[in-house]
Design a protein around this ligand. Structure first.
Ligand code: GLY
Length: 562
């Protein structure tokens, strides 16, 4: 049975691929969380760069203009479509735990979690992967010199970028932390307070660091004076980094998680992200139902029950697969999803406590995503993070590099929820060199009609946002609607449906509660989805989540003279 199914998926995927090989997009498209990053990508493509060069330019630009979301001191996942070889590839530039990290490093002598210790300050920082990923992406797939591709970011850092409402919100959220860190306060605050809208954030040290990377590649960051400063600053602030941690950092090339849902071949990221596996579980559970024929209450109920089961498995089984056995085949198989579907009752919520208990925890709410397509059909769907807004709050002296607090994505104490209420097990326990479990879910979808790229920040809710985007894609080809649709979320524990104010009507909420669901309306909206689509017949579209301040563009690329 499994063999037949695999053969079917193989034939299905080959048929999709034959179609895509014959085509190239009439325009390029970019969607990012900041207009300056979108412009950086466009500039590079118009200078003759491909989607991979644009991705490096965007990654670097976001590191400058969205310092609260991602950066050279962070990590991420870049999902690539190499058009020439018609291959989807996963570049894992996730942070690693330093060599001196150990399982109980955030616990006191009585074994209790020390509040905030994995979130604020240098001990919270993992070894960054973003620079290694950028250099690899540029060297292996780009066509322009790294120096040229980093130029827009260098310019933004040197000349400054204007403070927006969103910047103010993020800085206000982490104000006391930033105020406690003089190097960070000097760069990201003005007079130790949230800067005025329109005032400029100038980052001369970061510009110099970027120039060094432009000249020397990864050695400009992982060795030499920048590495020395990183390690010295971390140590001075109570952290445990050593020079070898930086020197030894390696990106990983991984097989993406690929599965079929309806007429879509969906590729998303593998562990150490939970995104691809959880999406496969949820969508393959939903495949057992005719969702589009159901009323809103039944449909929402089923989606929530599928989310609940996938997040339960996430908590139990998922972690860095280089360190822990993750049953990827089983968790992504349609048969397993069918088994899980059998445990769902159509008229009644399953309390999370009724699901098999986990042996016994996580991620950040900031982060950023971009999607880019060039006119050869190359694509990059990338999600990057420094975890919590402004990461650990520590900027390494003289470098402009703000360090992540991605160590909080580990399970510091099995069974204890982290700041986002996620629980986890031994599979995601801290170990030297291990990558913390992520929810980042950059995704590329192929159908017989074309391709779609999407992703979003949002911590534990990333996966369910991408899911809702995919379900909306089934109903409409309009990318604006994928990114703007109202959202709801369930993550197993806490056992609650969290929803945006407009997402569920009072009637639907009442009926869901009658079925045993617990619901909680959020104060505001969440997420910042960036999507691009290429339909062979109808052309290229791009959309940026209207909830925040991103920019999506579709543009013609003049043919290069022969
Ligand atoms: N720190 C966000 C994530 O990796 O999911």
């Amino acid at each position: 049975m499994n063999q037949q199914l695999n053969a079917f998926i193989l034939i299905f995927c080959s048929l999709l691929s034959i179609n895509s090989l014959a085509q190239t997009p009439p325009q390029a498209a970019i969607a990012t969380a900041h207009p300056l990053a979108t412009q950086a990508g466009q500039k590079i493509i118009l200078q003759g760069g491909n989607a991979f060069d644009a991705a490096v330019a965007i990654t670097a630009a976001l590191a400058v203009v969205e310092p609260y979301s991602s950066g050279l001191g962070g990590g991420g996942f870049w999902l690539l479509r190499d058009a020439q070889h018609n291959k989807i590839l996963m570049l894992d530039g996730r942070e690693t735990a330093p060599a001196r990290a150990h399982r109980d490093m955030y616990l006191d002598k009585d074994g209790h979690y020390i509040a905030g210790s994995s979130v604020d300050g240098a001990l919270a920082a993992g070894i960054p992967g973003t620079v290694a990923a950028m250099v690899h992406l540029s060297a292996q797939y780009g066509v322009l010199p790294l120096k040229q591709v980093l130029q827009p970011a260098i310019q933004y850092a040197e000349q400054g970028f204007p403070v927006t409402e969103h910047y103010q919100k993020m800085a206000a959220f982490r104000l006391s932390l930033l105020q406690s860190q003089p190097e960070s306060a000097h760069i990201f605050l003005h007079n130790n307070q949230v800067p005025e809208i329109g005032s400029l954030i100038i980052q001369k040290n970061l510009a110099n660091t970027l120039k060094r990377i432009a000249e020397q590649g990864r050695a400009g960051f992982y060795q030499g004076p920048i590495a020395d400063r990183l390690v010295n600053s971390v140590k001075a602030a109570g952290g445990i980094w050593q020079l070898d941690d930086l020197k030894n950092y390696q990106i990983k090339l991984r097989q993406p998680i690929v599965f079929k849902y309806q007429n879509m071949k969906i590729s998303s990221v593998a562990p150490p992200s939970s995104g691809g596996i959880a999406l496969a579980t949820i969508l393959q559970i939903l495949q057992n139902y005719k969702l589009n024929t159901l009323d809103e209450v039944s449909r929402t109920h089923l989606i929530v029950e599928a989310m609940r089961r996938a997040y339960r498995d996430r908590a139990e089984y998922l972690g860095d697969s280089d360190f822990t056995g993750v049953p990827v085949q089983r968790l992504t198989s349609p048969r397993y999803a069918q088994e899980l579907a059998k445990s769902i009752q159509m008229n009644k919520a399953t309390p999370s406590t009724d699901l098999p208990a986990i042996t016994h925890r996580s991620e950040g709410q900031d982060t950023t995503h971009f999607s880019v397509l060039d006119t050869q059909g190359n694509m990059v769907s990338a999600t990057m993070s420094i975890n919590y807004p402004f990461g650990s709050g520590v900027t390494a002296k003289g470098t402009g590099i703000l360090l992540n607090d991605e160590m909080d994505d580990f399970s510091a104490l099995p069974g204890t929820p982290n700041v986002y209420g996620l629980v986890g097990a031994q599979a995601n326990a801290i170990a030297a060199g291990k990558r913390p479990l992520s929810s980042m879910s950059p995704t590329i979808i192929e159908t017989g009609q074309g391709f779609a790229l999407l992703g979003t920040p949002g911590g534990s809710r990333i996966i369910t946002m991408v899911l809702l985007g995919i379900l909306t894609m089934e109903q409409t080809p309009e990318t604006e609607q994928w990114v703007s649709r109202p959202r709801f979320h369930h993550q197993y524990l806490p056992d609650k449906i969290f929803y945006e104010p407009e997402a569920l009507s009072s009637d639907v909420i009442r009926k869901l509660e009658q079925m045993g669901h617990h619901t909680k309306q959020l104060d505001g909206t969440y997420g910042n989805m960036q999507a691009v689509s290429w339909n062979y017949k109808n052309g290229v579209q791009a959309a940026s989540d209207p909830r925040v301040e991103g920019e999506a563009i579709v543009f013609k690329v003049p043919k290069k003279p022969h």
